[in-house]
Ligand binder design. Sequence first.
Ligand code: ATP
Ligand code: MG
Length: 472
Amino acid sequence: MNHKEALKAPIFKTISEAAELLGAECYVIGGFVRDYLLQRGNAKDIDIVIVGSGVQLAKTVADRLEGKPKVTVFKNFGTAMIKGDDLEVEFVGARKESYDRNSRKPIVENGTLKDDQNRRDFTINALALSLAKNSFGDLIDPFAGLQDLENKCIRTPLEPGVTYSDDPLRMLRAIRFASQLKFTIQKESLAAIAKHKKRLKIVSKERIVDELHKILASPKPSIGLSLLHKTELLPYILPELIALEGIEEIEGQRHKDNFWHTLEVVDNIAETTENLWLRWAALLHDIGKAPTKKFHKKIGWTFHGHEFVGSKMVYRLFKRLRMPLNDKMKFVQKMVLMSSRPIVLSEDYVTDSAVRRLVFDAGEHVEDLMTLCEADITTKNPRKQRRYKNNFQRVRNKIVEVENRDHIRNFQPPISGAEIMETFDLKPSREIGVIKEAIKEAILEGTIPNEYAAAKEYMKEKGIALGLSPKK
Ligand code: ATP
Ligand code: MG
């Protein structure tokens, strides 16, 4: 089969000519070909394999391109890269790989195209299009990858046990592709993953997290997450989630299975936001429930303080996975910590002051928090479902109303410490903090509006009550 139309971009002609000049066979391979055949939009990452030297090809191509772009050479891998404005082309010499059991790094020798296709992870990633002049666009598909694309199947070119144990990162890649593309992993492959799960230990945390991000960013993350569960890889990655699995029953009282509930919440939120960190918050919002679970004879199951415990666990989890301990982590912590606040509000009559406090505490993230809480509704009872949604809509409306009037979101104290010192002729002292806090509280409670004049009046009253006297 010929797919010339995949190779319309001028870069392919340039590469073809350069390869001809070097007298070597050359192909586009992997993700670009797969995504073209799936019509997933034109990929910006292009992988080129040459039966010869990738570095030499890259240099020859760069020489023939306008502006002579820089070639980045990765000596250790024998590969080279050219980066354009919206294009990244990687050049690699076809190779044969053999593996050592203790690392993901193979021993590499030069090889044929077939050798190179053999070392690829999946049949759908081993598809190649020829760039030779007389066969330009011909598909080379030794493992029936095209058929697997049609059947939406993830399968390895070699015996699955070999492919996964050689490089256990492929186990996560299989699951990630299944989640991204909504493909099924072939039965033998799935069994091999489960069998070799322990090999995940030799994969770096960074690579594991990369794949986790991609699973979470996929349209229905529960596909990937439940495969991680089914293959028993999850305990090696996120034991906190596994601890949520199961339903306990005492004296006829049951709690829900918080693992499967969490997966539903993540799917729900994936429908309303692309924000990866908000998706992480959904994934982790209940992790504090395992260590806080208790049964009480009178009231049944409780998870007191799980939000606080959960937010502490987020830090340890990020640290263990070598994820950044920056504002993203703090955002996830904050979402977990506050994850029940709007729920409490929506169940009760909503007072303005409760809404002001919510907005004050959530600040710029109040919408994200509401999105998380709405995703948390997983009841199958349509009446309850509707009632909860309506309640949250009420809270949202109230947030808008209160915000328009009181501007709490980016709260700045209307009276500064300097003005308090000036008014009462004070040196820096404890009283200043007390007065400032009292003003903030009065605004949040609704005793006074969030305005300068009212706050100034209130400051004077408070100061006098503390035994201070305003300067004349
Ligand atoms: P995407 O870029 O969308 O994540 P991709 O298939 O292009 O998908 P890359 O990581 O860019 O994935 O890798 C490019 C190609 O290199 C793959 O299509 C595959 O053929 C091969 N490849 C990547 N990682 C591995 C691996 N661990 N084992 C075997 N082959 C791999
Ligand atoms: Mg790619």
